[in-house]
Write a protein that binds this ligand. Structure first.
Ligand code: BT5
Length: 335
């Protein structure tokens, strides 16, 4: 780590002002050298408050994902090594290639823009500059079947990352969507490098519409962005680092205990709970009311005749208008 990165890491770790004396002691340089590096960071777009008596406090990091700006924000192993591309076809494709060449768990591929961003079943994913488009290499010690709950788990980590900002809460839409008032804010694409019994690697691709102000015609009515929700642009590096930290925490628990510990939390954030839906899965369509998810992250649907069915994947559409942002407990209060 360079001196600048160490300084930044100290400022990031501190919730309040850090004195110049403390910084110079920790970094082994003079207070004047600390001041010069603070000035250089300000030139790069960091907002740092300075007070003669209290020291320095980091207020805002610039909205750029270049390695020197983002790497100091990586707190754990998710995000190391960090591969950044201004433009790439699909971060999932790059991450898969890196994984095949032996990239370690936590390796991260981020692009400012994707020209061939993909959703499930080869659908196109609109990825202009301003969004967060990234893919993580994972090597979970589980069977291929157990990875089915990974998109569900990761969608929870994404909502946690978003919750680090002063925004109305976004919800999850099983299995892989992040939504706000029925509109899609983000999606997750998990791809596997595996044999029948063994997972060699997983690439978890996450796309989040962050600082995007308009969408092309086909998406105009169905998609939205965090900037539209917040009314202002958000710091993508801060958001990405919050998502990675949540994802790493959740993932390490999931590797040991599976999805069960996350079930209730997931249901609280699930926009489908108690709703009548149609689920399209492998060419067949089922209708029913969503009862929740099970310990494996499967969607539990109660058919009109009362039978319960579980789904590992599929396309869910509402048979009623999506609610605004009501939560299950608010539903009860309404009744
Ligand atoms: C997804 O697929 O939602 C998974 C999206 C994953 C994208 C990430 S970005 C980083 C990584 N690299 C990749 O190449 N992919 C991953 P699915 O559930 O199949 O939804 C796809 C559908 O969402 C499309 O058919 C469109 O209707 C809609 N869509 C496309 N782009 C969108 C966007 N930016 N925002 C909201 N909806 C979008």
């Amino acid at each position: 780590m360079s001196l600048r990165e160490k300084l930044l890491a100290r400022l990031l770790a501190a919730a309040d002002f850090v004195s110049g004396a403390e910084l110079s002691g920790a970094l082994g340089v003079s207070r004047c050298a600390v001041w010069k590096h603070i000035e250089a960071l300000r030139d790069e777009g960091y907002e740092i408050a300075g007070s003669p008596r209290r020291g320095y406090r980091l207020l805002k990091v610039p909205d750029a994902l270049y390695p020197p700006l983002f790497s100091p924000l990586v707190r754990g192993k998710f995000g190391r090594p960090y591969h950044f591309y201004p433009v790439v076809s699909s971060t999932n494709d790059v991450a898969k290639e890196l994984a095949r060449q032996g990239a370690p768990e936590g390796a991260l591929v981020v692009a400012e823009e994707q020209t061939g961003g993909r959703g499930r079943l080869g659908r196109a994913w609109h990825s202009p500059p301003g969004g967060l488009w990234f893919s993580l290499v994972l090597r979970p010690p589980v069977s291929p079947a157990a990875t089915q709950s990974l998109p569900v788990l990761l969608s929870l980590a994404v909502t946690d990352g978003v919750a680090a900002f002063p925004l109305p809460s976004v919800e999850v839409k099983w299995p892989n969507d992040i939504v706000y008032q029925g509109k899609k804010v983000g999606g997750i694409l998990v791809e596997l490098g595996a044999e029948a019994e063994a997972v060699h690697f997983v690439v978890a691709g996450i796309g989040l519409n962050v600082n995007i102000t308009s969408f092309p015609a086909p998406l105009e009515k169905t998609a939205t962005s965090l900037q539209k929700i917040a009314g202002e642009a958000l710091s993508r590096p801060q958001l990405l680092s919050a998502i990675l930290a949540a994802a790493e925490r959740y993932y390490s628990c999931w590797c040991r205990e599976g999805f069960a510990p996350f079930r209730e939390d997931y249901e609280r954030r699930l926009c489908l709970l108690g709703r009548e839906v149609e689920i399209c899965c492998g060419g067949s369509v089922a209708r029913g009311t969503v009862a929740g998810v099970d310990a494996e992250g499967r969607l539990v649907l109660v058919s009109p005749d009362g039978t319960k069915r579980r789904f590992v994947g599929g396309e869910v559409t509402f048979k009623q208008k999506p609610r605004q942002t009501l939560r299950p407990d608010e539903d009860k209060a309404e009744a």
